[in-house]
Design a protein around this ligand. Structure first.
Ligand code: SAH
Length: 395
């Protein structure tokens, strides 16, 4: 059978979905993303579809299908198991010359939904005469090829502040990876996974932010200057930062510098080490019946320092989880202060070094002993310290 491929503009157009089960649940989001006006006819809905209806994104007629439901629809999706019921919809659609997708029987359908991959402005749709698995396999191959192909000119501009995740190169987001592949200039931090940088096209300008001389303040100004300057030259700049760009990453300052220079900024959040490193050591930062809060704090300034913005006394009164980043150097002072302010020295504490990488190490101790334990074990930065009963909830 020979089919005629087509891209439908469904925005504002009524699409009838018959059925409210698992298949409809999987199909409706793409219809909504295309802007379709989705009407679902079904005696029952899954909770996910209920959610769409409650949010006003789709409408629901709570009964079995009637042929007149097709009136006014541009497209019909049949997502019911019962072949006789599905056939009834097909007949009604055919009589009204409305294309009809059948999840239960592709031969009876008058339209097929292809396997789809989208990257930026490119949509690739694959059909294979009846073999959906093969279509999906081809789709995956194309998706993979697209990821590493150069982007369309002009598709990307300005600066993207991209979180690279905690260290495992697979923990960058899909969006972050796609933007990285499109970059003309990449400015990367020390903690960015090196394997992500190995894939860059040879013509990409690479700036290692860790190698910029001067003190930290001047180096930050220099980074801001490079981001703005390259973007104003018309290049697409990806500023790649460890973890999440806005968690102790100075991402906010860079976003402001770009905005002030009139450079568009796109923020792509990342998987932050403050949650991921404990998680990968088996420690959930919250746990039912154990901790209903977690607080992430920087330990780079000691508690008694004039520049400290952290209320350690308040933190000591919390019973929830405390996650300290950049805290190894000051760990004994931090632990000492928390204990002095009332947190028990027996509170469980753990330290996770280089979480998500092949060098990951961790240790468990107590608040009273953790600083000594770290020194003894030779734990080095980057590491997070987790303080709280969740350390015992570890799997
Ligand atoms: N924006 C980053 C944090 C930057 S501050 C994020 O969201 O993860 C740098 C600190 O993060 C390090 O000193 C360390 O405390 C922590 N860190 C970063 N990567 C880490 C990793 N893989 N394992 C443990 N801690 C990590």
């Amino acid at each position: 059978m020979s089919i005629y491929p087509l891209g439908l503009k469904l925005a504002g157009r009524r699409v009838l979905v018959v059925g409210g089960g698992a298949v409809a649940t999987r199909r409706v989001p793409a219809l909504l993303a295309a802007g379709a006006v989705v009407d679902i006819v079904s005696p029952e809905l899954t909770p996910a579809l209920h959610g769409q209806v409650d949010a006003g994104r789709a409408s629901w007629t709570e009964r079995r299908f009637e042929p007149a439901d097709v009136d006014g629809a541009w497209l019909v999706h049949v997502a019911v198991d019962d072949p006789a019921a599905a056939e009834q919809v097909s007949v009604a659609a055919e009589a009204r010359r409305v294309f009809c997708v059948r999840a239960d029987d592709r031969d009876a359908a008058t339209a097929w939904t292809p396997a789809v991959t989208r990257q930026g402005q490119v949509t690739v749709a694959v059909t294979d005469g009846g073999d959906r698995r093969r279509a999906m396999a081809v789709r995956d191959l194309v998706a993979h090829a697209l990821e590493s192909s150069p982007p369309a000119a002009g598709e990307y501009k300005g600066v993207a502040l991209v979180g690279s995740g905690p260290g495992d190169p697979e923990l960058i987001t899909v969006k972050g990876r796609r933007l990285l592949a499109a970059a003309d200039v990449v400015v990367a931090d020390r903690l960015v996974p090196g394997l992500l940088l190995g894939d860059l096209r040879p013509e990409v300008e690479f700036v290692d932010a860790a190698k910029i001389p001067y003190g930290p303040a001047a180096a930050q100004e220099e980074i801001n200057r490079i981001l703005v300057e390259r973007a104003l030259e018309g290049k697409f700049v990806v500023r790649l930062k460890g973890g999440d760009p806005f968690v102790f990453g100075r991402g906010g300052e860079e976003a402001i510098a770009c905005a002030q220079a009139g450079v568009p900024v796109l923020v792509v959040p990342g998987v932050t080490s403050s949650i991921a490193a404990p998680a990968l050591a088996g420690i959930p930062v919250t746990h039912r019946g154990v901790a209903h809060e977690f607080t992430v704090v920087s330990g780079h300034i000691p508690p008694d320092h004039a520049d400290s913005l952290v209320d350690w006394a308040a933190l000591a009164r919390l019973r929830g989880t405390l996650v300290v980043l950049m805290g190894l150097k000051n760990l004994s002072r931090i632990a000492g202060r928390l204990i002095a302010e009332g947190r028990s020295a027996d509170t469980p504490a753990a330290v996770v070094q280089e979480g998500s990488t092949s060098h990951q190490r961790s240790l468990r101790s107590t608040l009273g002993q953790v600083a000594d334990a770290v020194a003894e074990a030779g734990i080095r930065p980057p590491a997070v310290v987790v303080i709280g009963e969740v350390v015992h909830a570890a799997v």
